[in-house]
Design a protein around this ligand. Structure first.
Ligand code: FAD
Length: 289
């Protein structure tokens, strides 16, 4: 099933994300986690892609298994900046063969050594090619606080418009911890004529160590209320986990109450976290009609 059709139903949806292993020896444990999350029957699940492309077969395999064994629509991520055109088309063929209809088309981060392939510079080029390669539903990434490399938010929104014009059907946001940032962003992108559905990406922070990584990577704004939780519970893993899940759940309730229907949880291969969030929202993002 195509994600654009699920979103077009106009009801709140809940989806979860998993990431593939970097090495074969971790495959079994990741697969187990992915299947446990799929058993919760989310509206769809996404599977990330290692930017270098080295683990691409795991992305395709996990996405295919989620769909075949659990009947959960899957969204395979695909990055381009470190890939050749040949590699990208090889993955597109594999996705077609496995009947995966949804792709999140990304540029990928520029590696620390700056070495990239020459075939793609931006995600919009990848979207163009996917569009011509088959009948895929295409998603793209967006950044309510602006992408780290962009000069300013206005420029970033103009480049988002290029991705939408190239043919993407929906966009998923980078994580954010203050919903007002998303509400403001929605206003700004709608004003620029971007009308595709926006899925809010929510990260349950269950370890204090995640916080440093998040801020270092993306400069994400942390509200005082969030910082107080980390200050108070950061040294108590069980309490931090409980508080982090509660914070994410409250964020989701506020989003749905304010008309944001698409909710994507960065569940980080943690079935227990996904299960708690789903359970807490059972009447809010209820069973499919
Ligand atoms: P683009 O849309 O190409 O934008 C990159 C930068 O270039 C932005 O600053 C943009 O403003 C600018 N830009 C775009 N077009 C132009 C232009 N024509 N001229 C000048 N500047 C331009 N990474 C992974 O490796 N694997 C994953 O599975 C993955 N999944 C993700 C899922 C989500 C929901 C999100 C939000 C991010 C994900 N990422 C993933 C990270 C992503 O690859 C990085 O954030 C990357 O740096 C940007 O990717 P993009 O597709 O947004 O790039």
């Amino acid at each position: 099933m195509k994600i654009r059709d699920i979103l077009a139903e106009g009801r709140p949806t809940l989806s979860f994300e998993v990431f593939p292993p970097k090495t074969q020896d971790k495959y079994e444990s990741v697969e187990k986690a992915a299947f446990a999350i799929a058993a919760l029957k989310p509206d769809f699940m996404s599977v990330t892609y290692g930017a270098g492309g080295g683990t691409s077969q795991y992305t395709v395999q996990i996405a295919a298994d989620i769909k075949e064994r659990y009947g959960v629509p899957s969204l395979a991520h695909l990055t381009c900046v470190s890939s050749t055109r040949e590699k990208v088309h090889q993955v597109l063929e594999e996705l077609k063969e496995k009947g995966i209809e949804n792709i999140l088309a990304l540029r990928g981060d520029i590696p620390a050594d700056g070495k990239v392939e020459k075939d793609y510079q931006y995600a919009s080029q990848l979207i163009n090619e996917i569009k011509q390669a088959g009948d895929f539903c295409i998603g793209a990434a967006c950044y309510p606080e602006g992408h780290v490399e962009s000069v300013n938010k206005t420029e970033d929104i103009l480049h988002l418009k290029e991705k939408v014009d190239a043919g993407c059907d929906f966009v998923t946001t980078q994580m954010f911890f203050d919903n007002n940032i998303l509400y403001n962003y929605l206003y700004r992108i709608r004003e620029k004529g971007i009308t595709v559905p926006v899925i809010a990406g929510i990260m349950p922070v269950t370890h204090a160590s995640q916080v440093k990584r998040i801020c270092g990577m993306s400069g994400t704004y942390l509200p005082a209320r969030f910082k107080a939780i980390v200050d108070r519970f950061g040294d108590n893993p069980a309490a931090m986990k409980q508080a982090g899940i509660a914070y994410a759940t409250e964020q989701i309730i506020d989003l749905v109450a304010n008309g944001v229907n698409g909710i994507h949880v960065y569940s980080m291969n943690k079935p227990d976290v996904a299960a708690k969030i789903k359970e807490s929202l059972s009447e809010i993002i209820g069973p499919k009609a």
